[in-house]
Design a protein around this ligand. Structure first.
Ligand SMILES: Cc1cc2nc3c(=O)[nH]c(=O)nc-3n(C[C@H](O)[C@H](O)[C@H](O)COP(=O)(O)OP(=O)(O)OC[C@H]3O[C@@H](n4cnc5c(N)ncnc54)[C@H](O)[C@@H]3O)c2cc1C
Length: 273
């Protein structure tokens, strides 16, 4: 085996990519955590080869098994960081740090921010989704991180060396609203208390594809979808993206096609590197 390919996401896009990279004899690791859209689909009735439909979870498990049988390694770990190493890309999960020559982002649709008044309104004016990208702007200031999982803990750890105070807002239900004038400057709790803050970092649930992409300088559009060219290549060499996380037609057929193209491009990149 030669180069290391890390695929983030075990849905149709990620698995399709893995089928090609493993068959090209590349050491392929699939990291999957949380639900695929397939887990929510009762029946997929419009996919090639299944005239009577197939349940979404069944199709998901079949894909994982197919990739494993071909030699891909599957680990159920949550990816919380993506960075440049000395001569490799670094993929950080809650448990491990992996080194990759190529990363394929196949993490599905962007999760939604919680519907708390002020989050949407102050985006870009005190509300951020990426500690690595925006933490620098809050040097010596008070910031809050919204979320109670490993991803939120990771974001707090990124901010601690920079900010004067990092407040953990773990109980989302306790928050009434975020307020301010032009810029966000306060969190108001349901019990009537308030806390002055200079910035809010939203890290609820697991890191979405757009959040991770931005950490390493991959361009996303205004809806946080990853921007790719026709080869599924992002603007960062060695990083490809496929499936629902790049937007367009959100269907299994398109995710499978994207994954295959991303893998083909990644294989070519590695062989000519
Ligand atoms: C209710 C419903 C019904 C649908 N019905 C149909 C249908 O009939 N026909 C059809 O063609 N399509 C249907 N779809 C759409 C289809 O399921 C998606 O288009 C398809 O699953 C997208 O594949 P994907 O690989 O891009 O993303 P997903 O299948 O969503 O997979 C994303 C993967 O990324 C992983 N992941 C995410 N974040 C992280 C992280 N931080 N760390 C590690 N892993 C992570 C997840 O665990 C998952 O393995 C339906 C979707 C829904 C919600």
């Amino acid at each position: 085996m030669s180069n290391k390919v890390v695929i983030i996401g075990g849905g149709p896009a990620g698995i399709s990519a893995a089928l090609y990279t493993t068959r090209a004899d590349m050491d392929t690791l699939i990291l999957a955590h949380g639900e695929s859209a397939l887990n929510k689909a009762e029946s997929i009735d419009n996919y090639y080869g299944f005239p009577n439909g197939i349940s979404g979870p069944e199709l998901y498990e079949a894909g994982i098994k197919q990739a494993k049988d071909l030699g891909a390694e599957v680990r159920y770990e949550e990816v919380v960081g993506l960075n440049y190493g000395i001569d490799k890309l670094e993929v950080k999960t809650t448990e491990n740090l992996y080194y990759a020559d190529v990363v394929i982002l196949a993490m599905g649709s962007q999760r939604k921010a919680p519907k708390i008044e002020g989050i949407k309104e102050f985006e870009g004016n005190g509300v951020s989704y990426c500690a690595v990208c925006d933490g620098y702007f809050y040097r010596g200031k008070t910031v809050a991180v919204l979320g109670n999982g490993d991803y939120a803990a990771n974001e707090r750890a990124e901010l601690e060396p920079l900010a004067s105070e990092v407040i953990a807002l773990e109980d989302i239900e306790s928050i009434e609203r975020f307020s301010g004038d032009i810029k966000l400057n306060k969190v108001e709790f349901k019990d009537g208390s308030t806390k002055e803050i200079d910035g809010l970092f939203v890290a609820v649930g697991t890191a979405g594809a757009g959040d991770l992409a931005k950490k390493i300088g991959v361009i996303t559009d205004e809806t946080n979808k990853i921007v790719v060219d026709e080869e599924m290549a992002t603007n960062v060499p060695g990083i490809y993206a496929a499936g629902d996380c790049i937007g367009g037609f959100l269907q299994v057929a398109k995710a499978v096609s994207d994954g295959a193209i991303a893998a083909k491009s990644a294989i070519k990149y590695l062989r000519t590197k």
